[in-house]
Ligand binder design. Structure first.
Ligand SMILES: Cc1cc2nc3c(=O)[nH]c(=O)nc-3n(C[C@H](O)[C@H](O)[C@H](O)COP(=O)(O)O)c2cc1C
Length: 393
C-alpha cells in the first residue's frame, strides 16, 4: 500500500522502513553464512564424548574452561597422554558370542556395570550451579557409575552424598596436620565413601597458559570466594605446597581408613611395589591428566610395567587421556582393572548438567561394548594383551 505524507502514521512509517531494510542487499551482506556453527546443539545431537568439549567451551566462562583444559608447562605430557592411544592397535576378532559383550565387574565389593569411574576433579560449581551434586546425579543415572569426590570439591561431602544413591569414593590430598587429615577422612567415611584415594603426585597448581590469562578474574575451585593464591616461600611463581610427605604417611593414616585405600599418581613399577609394601588395596596409575610433572611419560606407556609388577594382587586403576570406549579397551588390555575419566564428565556437566554427565558416561559404556564386540571379546576376563599391538611394549 502506498502512503502519502498526509496519511503516514508512525506505525505505517516504521513498517515501511522495516520492509526497506529487510530487502536491502546491505543487510544480506551482514549475514554470516556460517552462522549455524555457534548454535548450541541438543543433547542427542552429540555423538562422541569429544563433542561435549565444544559445547562446554561455548557455555563456560573462559577461566572455567581453561582451568579444565590446561596441563603443566609446555603440555607435552598432556598431548602425549592422547597420542599414546594412537600407538596402540586393536586386533579385530571374529564375533565370538551371540550375546552383547558383558562389561560388569566387582570392584572392592561394589558391583559395577562397566569398568568406568569418574576421576576426582576440583570445583564442579564453576561448571554448573548443581556442582558435584549434579555430577553425582548424572553418574548414578548412568548405571551407578562411581564418583570419586575431590578433596577440593566445591560442595561438602555429605551434601554430595545426599544428592543421589550411586557409589562414592573420596580423594585426599595429604595434609601435614594428622588431626585435620583424620577429620576429613572421618567425614568422608561417615558420608558413605567406599574407598579412599590418596593423591601423591605433585601436581602443578600453576599452568603456564593460565599465566597469560591473569587479567581474567580467577575462578575459585571451592565454595569460598576466590582467594589470593598461597604465597610461595620463593620469589618466583613456583608453588611449594605438599613437598613434605613420604611413604610413611600411608602408615600414619592407615588406621584412620576403614575402607580400601589406594595411592593415585603411580607411574613406575617401583612405586607400584611400594604401594603393596605399604599395604595399599589398589594402585591408581595417573599423571593428573597432564597436570603433574611435564615431560613425564603418558600413563598408557607405563601401564604394562606397572600391571606386571602388581601381578593381579590388587586392582589397578588408570586415568589420563581416556576419551573413547576403544581407549578404555586398550587400557584394560594393557593391564588396567578399571579406568577413570576426569575432563570428559566435566565437559558433560558444563554442557548439559546432570543429563550431560549421564550421556557422556553412557556413550563411553556403549562404545566399550562396541569395541569388545569388534575384537571378539565377550567378557572383561577375555580382554588381555593379545588384543593389542603397541609401539612401546
Ligand atoms: C580441572 C581438573 C581438576 C582436577 N582436580 C583434581 C583433584 O582435585 N584431585 C585429584 O586427585 N586429581 C585432580 N585432577 C586429576 C584427575 O583426577 C585425573 O587424574 C585427570 O583428570 C585424568 O585425566 P583426563 O582428564 O584426561 O581424564 C584434576 C584434573 C582436572 C582436569
Amino acid at each position: 500500500m502506498r502512503h502519502t505524507t498526509q496519511d503516514l502514521t508512525r506505525r505505517a512509517a516504521a513498517k515501511a522502513f522495516a520492509a526497506f531494510v529487510a530487502a536491502s542487499p546491505l543487510l544480506r551482506g551482514q549475514i554470516d553464512p556460517q552462522r549455524g556453527h555457534d548454535r548450541v546443539p541438543k543433547l542427542d545431537e552429540l555423538i562422541s564424548a569429544l563433542d561435549f568439549e565444544a559445547v562446554a567451551h561455548a557455555k563456560l566462562p573462559r577461566q572455567a574452561y581453561n582451568y579444565t583444559a590446561y596441563g603443566t608447562d609446555g603440555e607435552f605430557t598432556l598431548r602425549r597422554n592422547r597420542e599414546a592411544f594412537d600407538w596402540v592397535q586393536l586386533i579385530p576378532g571374529a564375533v565370538s558370542s551371540p550375546t552383547p559383550p558383558q562389561t560388569g565387574l566387582e570392584l572392592f565389593k561394589t558391583q559395577l556395570s562397566a569398568p568406568l569411574l569418574i576421576s576426582p576433579t576440583a570445583g564442579h560449581l564453576m561448571l554448573h550451579p548443581g556442582g558435584e551434586s549434579a555430577t553425582h546425579q548424572g553418574a548414578t543415572a548412568a548405571a551407578n557409575t562411581p564418583l570419586l569426590v575431590s578433596n577440593n570439591a566445591s560442595q561438602p561431602i555429605d551434601q554430595i552424598a545426599a544428592a543421589a544413591t550411586g557409589p562414592l569414593w573420596f580423594q585426599l590430598y595429604p595434609r601435614e596436620d594428622l588431626n585435620a587429615t583424620r577429620e576429613i577422612l572421618d567425614k568422608a567415611q561417615a558420608s558413605g565413601c567406599r574407598a579412599i584415594v590418596v593423591t601423591i603426585d605433585q601436581q602443578a597448581s600453576e599452568y603456564e597458559r593460565e599465566l597469560h590469562d591473569r587479567h581474567l578474574t580467577p575462578v575459585s575451585t571451592r565454595r569460598a570466594p576466590a582467594r589470593a593464591p598461597l604465597a610461595p616461600s620463593n620469589p618466583y611463581r613456583i608453588r611449594d605446597r605438599r613437598l613434605w610427605y613420604t611413604w610413611k604417611y600411608f602408615d600414619q593414616i592407615r588406621e584412620m581408613v576403614k575402607v580400601p585405600m589406594l595411592a593415585k599418581g603411580i607411574l613406575t613399577a617401583e612405586d607400584a611395589k611400594l604401594c603393596l609394601e605399604h599395604g595399599l588395596d589398589g594402585v591408581y596409575v595417573s599423571n593428573h591428566g597432564g597436570r603433574s610433572i611435564d615431560y613425564g611419560p603418558s600413563t598408557l606407556e607405563v601401564l604394562p610395567e606397572i600391571a606386571d609388577a602388581v601381578a593381579g594382587r590388587v586392582p589397578v586403576l588408570f586415568d589420563s587421556g581416556i576419551r573413547r570406549g576403544s581407549d578404555i579397551l586398550k587400557a584394560l588390555a594393557l593391564g588396567a582393572t578399571a579406568v577413570c575419566v576426569g575432563r570428559v564428565p566435566r565437559w558433560g556437566l558444563a554442557a548439559y548438567g546432570p543429563l550431560g554427565v549421564q550421556r557422556v558416561l553412557e556413550i563411553l559404556q556403549a562404545e566399550l561394548v562396541q569395541a569388545m564386540a569388534a575384537t571378539g571379546r565377550p567378557t572383561l576376563a577375555s580382554v588381555n594383551r593379545s588384543l593389542v599391538r603397541t609401539d612401546f611394549s
